[in-house]
Design a protein around this ligand. Structure first.
Ligand code: 1CP
Length: 354
């Protein structure tokens, strides 16, 4: 099934935006910019709205999702919105018990560690995604010509929370499952790919103009293990978008060692973390537009240091077939939001020659 007729890419509303043009590798004079975790605790207006409502409950209230998604667009003038949601939402909608514990992250009531645990995971009823469809439709209508980015967690990243039961330093239990019981791992990763894929597809069908898969923790695997036990599942998640003509972005931390493999998995754009200079990322994946990679740590420095670093990122990204400016990971909650606004102004005011 192709994109619906009223989709912003079909009506033309977002088709020629700087974001979409850059994701397609077309030349734009001023680079588009958005920030991972641009909605969230760095914004006082977000903290005010979220004061009395738990994180995951907020994600299931379409009006609230729309308002929170739009806050950074209004405040900073970024070139894209990303849906206010979380990678664990499809698990929650399938009926898995999970909450986001403030200051910690997602915590699952029952960690998934055995074959029986994996087989007991409930299927995601497609109707359960209606709340996401409503939230996206409302958000897209309010955004007008600003494109919305859909997202989902890659199976290894989502599964690492399910297996550990919560955040972990090095995803040790999930990595052990791959080696100790590869069949159970495979069944779990397939479940994650199904629910994440359905979540991603629902957002795009309802009006998102691009899609990003957060393979955030992929860098804790060596290349061969990633290729064997994680990449096929990431590819399945991306393939859930088959038939829907939107750009697909892959983002991971510490994934420079697999950039060359990403286009074959269906990624059209590579999200680069702060550790890999964009000129080096471009050498590793020469035909692919890049996204990134301002070091989130610089946001706490004086403005001249920030501006210097942003210029360096623009210079290094210039050779890539397209460059969407972003951070190398999410906005730290302690960030002064005015710094983000100034970065947007600086990026928009700087002409880059490819
Ligand atoms: O207000 C709060 O206290 C909740 C903090 C918060 C927010 C705002 C969490 C908990 N999730 C989110 C929203 C969120 N999560 C978005 C929204 C859109 C935006 O970027 O503005 C997105 C894209 C995510 C994706 C997400 N959640 C990822 C992938 C991105 C990444 O950071 O690598 C991951 C790993 C999660 C899990 C998660 N959810 C929340 C936290 C604190 C974490 C990370 C926990 C950990 O460190 O393991």
């Amino acid at each position: 099934m192709p994109l619906p007729e009223n989709h912003p890419l079909e009506t033309g509303q977002t088709r020629d935006s700087a974001l979409l043009r850059s994701y397609r590798g077309e030349y734009v004079t001023a680079r588009p910019v958005w920030f991972m975790r641009q909605a969230g605790r760095s914004l006082p207006e977000y903290r005010a709205l979220r004061a009395d409502i738990p994180m995951l409950q907020a994600c299931l209230e379409p009006e609230l999702v729309t308002e929170i998604t739009l806050q950074p667009v209004r405040r900073h003038g970024v070139d894209a919105a990303i849906l206010f949601s979380d990678i664990v939402i499809p698990a929650l909608l399938a009926g898995v018990e999970v909450e986001i514990v403030p200051g910690r992250g997602p915590v699952f009531a029952h960690p998934v560690r055995t074959r029986a645990d994996v087989h007991a995971l409930p299927d995601l009823d497609p109707q359960a995604l209606d709340v996401i469809r409503r939230a996206v439709a409302l958000t897209v209508a309010a955004l007008g010509t600003t494109p919305l980015i859909a997202f989902a967690g890659a199976p290894f990243t989502l599964a690492s929370y399910l297996v550990e039961g919560g955040p972990s330093k090095d995803q040790l239990r999930a990595r052990t499952m791959m080696r100790a019981d590869p069949q159970t791992w495979d069944a779990l990763a397939r479940w994650c790919a199904r629910v994440s894929g359905a979540f991603l597809r629902a957002q795009v069908e309802s009006g998102a103009s691009a899609a990003q898969v957060f393979d955030s923790w992929a860098g804790s695997l060596d290349r061969e293990t990633w290729r064997r036990h994680a990449a096929p599942h990431t590819a399945r998640t991306i393939a859930a978008l088959d038939g829907l003509a939107v750009p697909r972005v892959h983002f991971g931390l510490g994934t420079a060692g697999v950039y060359d493999l990403l286009p074959d998995l269906g990624a059209d754009v590579i999200g680069v973390d702060w550790r890999t200079p964009l000129d080096l990322a471009h050498e590793r994946a020469p035909r692919v537009p890049l996204q990134g990679n301002i070091d989130p740590a610089v946001l706490g420095a004086d403005w001249p240091a920030v501006a210097d670093h942003v210029h360096d990122v623009l210079r290094r990204g210039a050779a890539a077939p397209g460059h969407v400016v972003n951070l190398g990971h999410g906005v730290p909650p302690s960030t002064d939001p005015d710094v983000l606004t100034r970065i947007v102004e600086l990026v928009h005011a700087t002409e880059v020659r490819g």
